[in-house]
Design a protein around this ligand. Structure first.
Ligand SMILES: NC(=O)c1ccc[n+]([C@@H]2O[C@H](COP(=O)([O-])OP(=O)(O)OC[C@H]3O[C@@H](n4cnc5c(N)ncnc54)[C@H](O)[C@@H]3O)[C@@H](O)[C@H]2O)c1
Length: 292
């Protein structure tokens, strides 16, 4: 397969990441089926992309015709329908390993012969995901950053079974989408989350122990370390459920207590306070996602 063979992409999961991935693929002129458990979730997500793009039109940063053209490339679908004729499937569903393994197994059995199966997972082994599919050589990690349209990086992860051809096509695709690529071997958390998640966990431990307030922790990182966002703000932005899933993968796979997620993080997730997307995490947010 070559880059020019990728004419239709199915993106699985119409959440924060799936919507962004669909948007950048559509902006590159690729037809996308944006899939979720229910079509209504995808429809809502496409409407949200539409309003984000409308703001750019209003600010004269995008032409109205280009907005229409981009949206015309995205169709909402249920997963098993949307994947049928896709040349590339990019999975961006929740980081829950049980759900990911089940979806990978179902999708690989129903995908078009030769289709590439890429995962946007933040931490789960690509070799393990590949092992449960019909064509493990077609499976690869394609880890976009959040928010996808703004963040320049894609981390590409090859599993033990991934073919060189698939690695070359996905690298070329990421570059076509305007991204800079870094490569990682298949190791829990890959490159970025291996060191990001321990930092976010530690900031949460500092809060849990009452060493400082959330605001002081984040202000410290922004003004003292020149980070654009503080660690607790960033955790809210990623999604606390996602941070906890990643933390648990690192903790379990390395069997090392330095990766243990804090009790406070578990409690926030148990309460459904999953960060900005839920309206509440370490901080509270209004309906537009602005911190209150
Ligand atoms: N949030 C981030 O900053 C970030 C960054 C890089 C990678 N990721 C990864 O991207 C993936 C998605 O994260 P997100 O932040 O978009 O999560 P999210 O919670 O915003 O969205 C997840 C979506 O998956 C859908 N879903 C769940 N089970 C499904 C199934 N069986 N079939 C189809 N859809 C299903 C949910 O309905 C939801 O719309 C995760 O693997 C995460 O680790 C997240």
């Amino acid at each position: 397969m070559q880059l020019s063979d990728i004419k239709k992409v199915a993106v699985l999961g119409a959440g924060q990441m799936g919507a962004g991935i669909a948007q950048v693929c559509a902006a590159a002129g690729i037809d996308v089926a944006l899939c979720d458990i229910k079509t209504e979730i995808s429809e809502k997500s496409i409407a949200k992309i539409g309003s984000i793009l409308q703001r750019q039109v209003d600010k004269e940063k995008m032409r109205a015709g280009d907005r229409e053209k981009l949206l015309g490339h995205i169709t909402p679908a249920e997963t098993m329908v949307g994947i049928k004729d896709a040349d590339l499937i990019i999975e961006a569903i929740t980081e829950n390993p049980d759900i990911k393994f089940k979806v990978f197994s179902d999708v690989s059995a129903a995908a078009k012969p030769g289709a590439i199966l890429a995962s946007n997972t933040s931490s789960i082994s690509i070799s393990k995901l590949a092992a449960i599919t019909e064509h493990p050589e077609h499976v690869i990690g394609m880890h976009f950053m959040n928010p996808v349209p703004l963040m320049k990086l894609v981390e590409i992860i090859v599993g033990l079974q991934t073919s060189d051809e698939v690695k070359a096509v996905i690298t070329a695709l990421a570059e076509k989408l305007g991204k800079t690529v870094i490569h990682s071997k298949d190791s829990p958390g890959f490159l970025i989350n291996r060191f990001l998640i321990p930092m976010l966990n530690e900031a949460c431990f500092v809060l849990q122990e009452g060493v400082g307030t959330a605001k002081d922790i984040d202000t410290g990182a922004k003004l003292g370390l020149n980070h654009p966002m503080g660690p607790l703000e960033l955790a809210d932005h990623i999604g606390l459920d996602t941070c906890l899933y990643i933390g648990d993968v690192l903790y379990r796979e390395f069997a090392d207590s330095k990766y243990r997620p804090p009790v406070l993080l578990r409690q926030l997730v148990a309460a459904g306070w999953n960060g900005r997307k839920a309206g509440r995490g370490f901080y509270e947010y209004d309906e537009k996602g602005r911190m209150k």
